[in-house]
Design a protein around this ligand. Structure first.
Ligand SMILES: CC(C)(COP(=O)(O)OP(=O)(O)OC[C@H]1O[C@@H](n2cnc3c(N)ncnc32)[C@H](O)[C@@H]1OP(=O)(O)O)[C@@H](O)C(=O)NCCC(=O)NCCS
Length: 157
């Protein structure tokens, strides 16, 4: 597993706090969105929710005009969940701005209940039933969005 930095953001005036540095809430919103897109691609679902965010360590501030990049990697695959870690760093200097060790997303049904996702067959011990892994189409609309295969093969996870 390796951290992939796919998304960059420039810090604009409306992103600043009273100290004229990047507002933490804005940064968390960017992280939640980036990790959510990553997990949606990996789990091949459009319906997922953020379940859990572990301790967050704001390590250094970002300032107006700086470009930051957001890196995400898979750390755990569950039956209905996917856990990722996230690092945000300064694009130019690679100085770390924040690290979050575990962010858990859960695939949900239309009624908001947890459902199995595309990688759930990789879980060694299924919870209770013998329900087969969902049959997936060869292509998916997320594929078009990212212009490449958005999920990892079994050997990559
Ligand atoms: C997500 C939600 C549907 C899960 O319901 P639930 O009854 O806890 O479901 P389960 O106990 O079956 O857990 C579902 C998955 O979440 C994981 N999970 C549950 N609580 C967790 C926690 N505190 N930390 C990490 N993972 C957790 C479980 O391990 C399970 O994963 P797995 O199937 O891969 O093993 C429900 O808690 C919910 O709707 N929460 C609100 C989510 C929300 O509003 N988010 C903010 C906006 S996106």
């Amino acid at each position: 597993m390796s951290l992939k930095f796919r998304t960059r953001k420039v810090v604009k005036p409306e992103d600043l706090n009273c100290n004229q540095t990047l507002f933490g809430g804005r940064l968390l919103s960017w992280i939640d969105e980036e990790c959510g897109i990553y997990c949606a691609c990996q789990m091949q679902t459009k319906t997922l929710i953020t379940k859990y965010i572990s301790e967050m360590n704001f390590m250094s501030p970002a300032h107006l005009g700086e470009v930051i990049e957001i890196g995400v990697e898979t750390v755990d695959v569950g039956r209905t969940s996917l856990t990722v870690s996230c690092v945000v760093r300064d694009k130019m200097t690679e100085r770390t701005i924040i690290k979050i060790d575990r962010i858990v997303f859960v695939a949900v049904s239309e009624t908001g209940r947890p459902v199995r996702h595309a990688l759930s067959h990789l879980v060694s011990k299924p919870k209770t039933d013998n329900e087969p892994a969902p049959k997936l189409p060869e292509t998916h609309w997320w594929t078009n969005l990212l212009s490449k295969k958005p999920w990892k093969s079994k050997s990559e996870v």
